[in-house]
Design a protein around this ligand. Sequence first.
Ligand SMILES: [Zn+2]
Length: 237
Amino acid sequence: MREPALREELVRACKVLYAAKAAGDGLGGHLSARLDERQILIKPRPVSWWKLEPQDLILIDFAGARTDQPGQPSGVTEWPIHARIYAARPDVQCIFHAHPSASTMMAALNIQMEPLDQDCASLTDRLPVLDNGAVSISTPALGDEAARALGQMGAVLLKNHGCVVAGAGIAEVCVAACKLEKSAETMLRAASLAKLPLLSAETRSAILAARKGVESGSISQERWRMLQDYYLGRADA
Ligand SMILES: [Zn+2]
């Protein structure tokens, strides 16, 4: 995708993530896309997720320095999450980091995702947790730690802090980020009603086996269009 189209798509993604509450209260976090081998297009911290315009997005290099306004601070203290995951994962083109309440609380309470519904099932056994003492990921070494914790997965929870979702494109990341927060809300609700774990090992295995191979890239694209339609009123999206 060329830069102008990428900026438009990232702005729509920020608005959907905010409207869907996947970006928490919108006071922290960022969404980025890999622009080329040298630059990352990223949402700057002080701009609203909802009122963001394509020209508000900034460009940084893999050392966190502005390339669109050299010498100016980016204001994105957790840029190493993005830079080091892109460096470790050539397949990743889009990264989301925020502090949404349900997934953050789920990790803080050591609640494991169980396949209670289809969304939860798609994240069960695929949601590592990085427990680094709730330190902000503001150095390359900490960024490497987050990249290692993510491994080849699509999301990692940062204990007492937030979450990171990474994927091959904006559609995949937005769909996964919305699903993560919804599934975490489901698990918190379930944990308030019954003792964990909720499912027997047999039931859990049977559900996961039945769901093998269900997710695909085309489903992400379809769901991304539906999310835009629902939250932005873009029937033509
Ligand atoms: Zn953070």
